[in-house]
Design a protein around this ligand. Structure first.
Ligand code: ATP
Length: 283
């Protein structure tokens, strides 16, 4: 069953001085699946993303990305090369768009590496090479494709900073997809969204999964998103994996309920908390 694996994390440990933020974590994420990483605040979710995307060099462990042209060891790649060479793209908990640029410009700038390669990294290349003009045209086509996909085509010339919050979140996802990643890491994409926007986000992420066939890794606190769209859920608590399985089994796991709520007995949980976890209070 290794053919479908997009990412394999083996024995990942990340220490900050005496603090063990990630403790011997292993899991796989598959192509064409949404894998959610959930857990209480401080469980280590963002640290996993930071190791995968080169912000941190792991203390121990192996991170293998199965890109189209073969396996890549992310922990051995210089951080800034990971998006370009290894095809890992991410969005952030706090939106990080170029707010002074237009919506379209944000998507073209994201393809800067591809354009620079086409210019052969020279001024002469920028002005003379036919392949640069071709690459520029392709970058615009890619940008238009993703603008349509996230429903922002009409706002292409708006300043990104003037978009409503939910649209800025969708633009961030479009920008990440413009680099044609093998793995898309989404850090709390539903944060701050209203229920309608959350529902639209679900549709968008499912369509990226189904149409692009890439692996999606999702950190999310909004259980209405996690339980509806995830194929596979990993639960962390104090840096350790405490559950790993499909959403149905994970949400009933007593260890998960205890970790989230700090309760000893799940049958003592108040009904409104059970409802938040999408569990039947009368079960
Ligand atoms: N650069 C750092 N230096 C020191 N400690 C850090 C650093 N980054 C993260 N930590 C610590 O590692 C632990 C895990 O943090 P992390 O941000 O990964 O958790 P999280 O699960 O993403 O939390 P949240 O849901 O609140 O975003 C926390 O105790 C945090 O304080």
């Amino acid at each position: 069953m290794t053919d479908n694996v997009q990412l394999e994390v083996e024995h990942l440990t990340m220490r900050f001085g005496g603090l063990v933020a990630i403790d011997n974590l292993s899991f796989t994420a598959r192509k064409g699946e949404i894998t959610a990483i959930i857990g209480p605040n401080g469980a280590g979710k963002t640290t996993v993303f930071n190791c995968l995307t080169g912000f941190y060099v792991p203390t121990e462990g192996r991170l293998t990305l199965y890109a189209n042209d073969g396996p890549r060891l992310l922990e051995r790649t210089e951080g800034f090369r990971i998006p370009r060479n290894n095809g890992v793209a991410r969005t952030f908990q706090n939106i990080r768009l170029f707010t002074g640029m237009t919506v379209l410009e944000n998507l073209v700038v994201a393809q800067h590496n591809r354009l620079m390669e086409a210019s052969a990294f020279s001024l002469a290349g920028l002005f003379n090479l036919r392949r640069y003009a071709k690459a520029e045209q392709e970058a615009l086509e890619t940008a238009k494709f993703w603008l349509n996909k996230v429903g922002l085509y009409e706002q292409a010339d708006w300043n990104a900073g003037n978009l409503p919050y939910g649209s800025q979140r969708r633009l961030e996802i479009a920008r990440a997809m413009c680099v044609n990643p093998s793995l898309l890491c989404l850090d709390e994409p539903a944060a701050g969204l209203n229920p309608r926007e959350s529902a639209e986000l679900n549709v968008l992420l499912q369509s990226i999964r189904d149409d692009q066939g890439i692996g999606l890794l999702l950190i999310e606190h909004d259980m209405s998103v996690v339980m509806k769209i995830s194929d596979h859920v990993i639960v962390l608590d104090y840096g350790k994996k405490i559950a790993d399985g499909d959403p149905e089994s994970v949400k009933k796991d007593p260890a998960v309920i205890r970790a989230y709520l700090g309760e000893e007995e799940d049958d003592e949980l108040p009904p409104e908390i059970l409802a938040d976890l999408h569990l039947d209070p009368n079960a």
